[in-house]
Ligand binder design. Structure first.
Ligand SMILES: N[C@@H](CCC(=O)N[C@@H](CS)C(=O)NCC(=O)O)C(=O)O
Length: 213
C-alpha cells in the first residue's frame, strides 16, 4: 500500500487530511504543491491532470487519485475503520452531527476565504473579508457545538469534526478573528493542539514550511 498526499503546508484542506492520516497511523509521502510561487503550481497543466479544479489536497492511493478532502477523510475512515482513531462515531445521530460540523466548515466557511477568492477580493480588502466570513461561520459552528460538544466537537472522542475545526481555527487567528466570542471552539483547540497527530500535521512541521528550510 502506498499513500502520497499532494499538499501545501498552510492549506487547511490538506491539513485536515494530514491529521486523519496521522490519527490512523498511516505512513504517507508528502508531495508539496506551492500555491503561491509563480502563479501557483496548482494551476500548472501537470497538476491539473491530478486535480482539474486546481486545488490541494489530492491523495494517491496505490496509483488511484482522489480529490476533495471530505471524501478523502471518509475513504480513510472506511478503509481503515479499525486502525488508530475512529473518525466517525457508530451512533448514526452522532455521525450526522460530525458530518454537519464538517460540512459547515468544508462547504460553508473555507471556500469563501480560499486563495483564489481572496485574490479576486484584493489585497486591501482580504483581511476584512476573511475576518467577516469566518466570524459569521464560527457563530453558527459555536451554536451547534453548544448542543453536541463534550471534550471534543462531538462527545468525548476525537472525530472528523475536530480534524476540520482545528485548521479552520488557525485560519481564524490568521484573519484576526476575536476568538473570545467562541469559548467552545477555543477550548477544543486547546485540548487538541498538543496531541501528537495534530502536532505532526501542523503547518510548522511540514517539509514545505518556509521556516523549516
Ligand atoms: N473542497 C475542496 C477545497 C480544496 C481547496 O480549496 N484547497 C485550497 C487550499 S485549502 C486550494 O488548493 N486553493 C488553491 C487556490 O485557491 O488557488 C476540498 O475540501 O478538498
Amino acid at each position: 500500500m502506498s499513500l502520497k498526499l499532494y499538499s501545501y503546508w498552510r492549506s487547511t484542506c490538506s491539513w485536515r487530511v494530514r491529521i486523519c492520516l496521522e490519527l490512523k497511523g498511516l505512513p504517507y509521502e508528502i508531495i508539496p504543491i506551492h500555491l503561491v510561487k509563480d502563479g501557483g503550481e496548482q494551476n500548472k497543466e501537470v497538476y491539473r491532470k491530478i486535480n482539474p479544479l486546481g486545488q490541494v489536497p489530492a491523495l494517491v492511493f496505490d496509483e488511484k487519485v482522489m480529490t476533495q478532502s471530505m471524501m478523502i477523510m471518509e475513504f480513510l475512515e472506511e478503509k481503515y475503520k479499525n486502525q488508530g482513531v475512529q473518525l466517525l462515531p457508530d451512533d448514526i445521530f452522532e455521525k450526522a452531527k460530525v458530518r454537519e460540523i464538517c460540512e459547515m466548515i468544508v462547504s460553508g466557511i473555507q471556500p469563501i476565504q480560499n486563495l483564489s477568492v481572496l485574490n479576486k477580493v484584493g489585497e486591501d480588502k482580504k483581511m476584512e473579508w476573511g475576518n467577516y466570513w469566518i466570524t459569521v461561520g464560527f457563530k453558527a459552528v459555536e451554536t451547534v457545538l453548544g448542543s453536541c460538544a463534550g471534550k471534543y466537537s462531538v462527545g468525548d472522542n476525537i472525530t472528523m469534526a475536530d480534524t476540520c475545526l482545528i485548521p479552520q481555527m488557525a485560519n481564524a487567528v490568521r484573519f484576526n478573528v476575536d476568538m473570545t466570542q467562541f469559548p467552545i471552539i477555543s477550548r477544543i483547540n486547546t485540548a487538541l493542539k498538543d496531541h501528537p497527530a495534530f502536532k505532526m500535521a501542523h503547518p510548522d512541521n511540514q517539509i514545505d514550511c518556509p521556516n523549516k528550510n
